[in-house]
Ligand binder design. Structure first.
Ligand SMILES: [Fe+2]
Ligand SMILES: [Fe+2]
Length: 165
């Protein structure tokens, strides 16, 4: 990898992390009643996302949607980015129940991502319309049905966010 590619990769990863951190800061500020500070964090997060996306596009690794679906399916199948299985075992060995819960729920949700991609790949030409519901606690994604209770973490229906478009 040449120096520019390396720098772009670093920029992409750094900006993506910063954007997420700032969004969590914004949630915290909101919870503490600092509306303007929350807005500032959200604005800077949005700006960092622009930098990150620009670096990612400059890496010229973004393909068409059919290939992007296939690549996303493959990476979910291998859970390439985060090795939750190992993290669960490590947290169990350490006796850290909170970490076990977090890692195991995340792992269980990751497994369902692959299924969602596979499903989407089979009908991407006709773009079947559906509403997705995402659990705000563990990230579980339900296709078309708002569950009474999250099957992964047990959160109630009101903890789900719907994505209609
Ligand atoms: Fe995933
Ligand atoms: Fe959940």
């Amino acid at each position: 990898m040449d120096k520019i590619q390396e720098a772009l990769n670093q920029a992409y990863a750094g900006e993506a992390k910063a954007a997420l951190r700032l969004k969590v800061y914004a949630q915290k500020a909101e919870a503490e009643g600092y509306k303007q500070m929350a807005k500032l964090f959200r604005v800077i997060a949005f700006s960092e996302e622009i930098h990150g996306a620009r670096a990612l596009r400059a890496l010229k690794e973004i393909k068409g949607t059919e290939e992007n679906l296939a690549a996303s399916f493959e990476s979910e199948k291998q859970v390439a980015e985060v090795a939750y299985d190992q993290f669960v075992k490590m947290a169990e060995a350490e006796g850290n129940k909170e970490a076990v819960l977090h890692f195991s729920q995340s792992r269980d949700v990751e497994e369902t991502h692959a299924k969602l991609y596979k499903e989407a790949m089979s009908h991407y030409m006709e773009e079947r319309e559906t509403t997705y519901y995402v659990c705000k606690v563990c990230g579980y994604v339900s296709d078309g049905v708002l569950p009474d209770e999250c099957p992964v973490c047990g959160a109630k229906a009101e903890m789900f966010v719907s994505f209609t478009d």
